[in-house]
Design a protein around this ligand. Structure first.
Ligand code: PLP
Length: 310
């Protein structure tokens, strides 16, 4: 495989993502300071991106980059010819993996949940994956459950396997860096949770006296156990002080009721920040609701991780 000499440049440690203080009287009224940790800008705050990579849109944004980077390093070091991973039809993780594969000239195979999608025009997200060179393989929902069997089914035996959502032990180490970037600057670091991998790593990287708060975007209450097992795999046991704020899933994954959409649009116009609806809007909503309930003592500094862009 003909790899560019810039692999090392691409995977070298990156500068911290920007931290932005915002003034919002709805929080200030309760003596709560709100900082935004702009992981959505990871792809644009690095001067070499455009020189090296052409259009920045190629770059996998947000927390997906933090999770992927250590896995990409391992795949390159191990001499794997390609990456294989899994996701739904709108998966940011599939897009990030496809983009990363293109940048590193590694082949990518995306196993997509739902064989009813095969033979239909690709949606924008999957079209982007395909444009980045990802080979898409559609499987039935029942086949999708048996992840271990899927790479062979897709003709990708021998590929470096990245789990659904990108959360594995290496990914948690990548996300611990997010915690270290926040060490000493906030009391509570809050993040929206899908698989919980970002929260699990973030918590491990925070300093003494800081805690991590996760807002699940899917109900069901299974996430705590998932996070404990991810931390055991990555760190050999529990790491950091973390908890989950349940009850802010707004009906489930990718559900965006009108009141949430209104809240997000209002936040955008107050602060000039694009608010991603599936994760970030639910996080900000939860933080405001908890602030109003008095969950944070006066003088608390919150850092909300903006994990992606719309
Ligand atoms: C994937 C994703 C998350 C959730 O990350 P997990 O590590 O799976 O919990 C949060 N925000 C955005 C924008 C994402 O794309």
């Amino acid at each position: 495989m003909n790899r560019p000499a810039n692999v090392d440049v691409l995977l070298q440690p990156r500068p911290p993502s920007p931290l932005q203080e915002i003034r919002d009287d709805r929080f200030e009224r309760y003596g709560v300071r709100l900082l935004l940790k702009r992981d959505d800008l990871i792809h644009t705050n690095v001067p070499w991106d455009t020189d090296l990579l052409g259009p920045v849109d190629l770059y996998p944004p947000g927390n997906k980059w933090r999770k992927l980077a250590p896995n990409l390093r391992a795949a390159v070091a191990g001499g794997y010819p390609e990456l294989v991973t899994f996701g739904g039809a709108y998966s940011n993780h599939l897009r990030a993996t496809a983009a990363a594969g293109r940048l590193l000239r590694l082949g990518t195979v995306g196993i997509v949940r739902g064989d009813e999608l095969a033979g239909r025009p690709l949606n924008d997200s999957l079209a982007r994956c395909a444009a980045d060179g990802m080979r898409l393989h559609f499987v039935t929902r029942s086949a999708y459950r048996d992840k271990a069997a899927l790479p062979a089914l897709a003709g990708a035996e021998g590929a470096y396997v990245i789990p659904e959502g990108g959360s594995n032990a290496l990914a948690l180490h990548g996300c611990a860096e997010l915690g270290r970037e926040l060490a000493g600057v906030c009391d509570v670091a809050a993040v929206a949770c899908g698989t919980g991998g970002t929260l699990a790593g973030l918590a491990a990287g925070l300093g003494a006296g800081q805690r991590a708060l996760g807002v699940p975007v899917v109900g069901g209450g299974f996430l705590g156990a998932e996070i404990r097992s991810l931390q055991a795999a990555a760190f050999g046991g529990p790491a950091g002080d973390w908890s989950l704020a349940e009850g802010y899933a707004h009906g489930g994954y990718a559900r965006v009721p009108a009141e949430l959409a209104l809240f997000a649009a209002d936040f955008e116009s107050r602060h000039g920040l694009p608010v991603e609806r599936i994760y970030v809007a639910k996080l900000l909503w939860a933080l405001l609701a908890l602030t109003r309930e008095g969950a944070f003592p006066r003088g608390t500094t919150l850092a909300a991780v903006v994990t992606g862009r719309p």
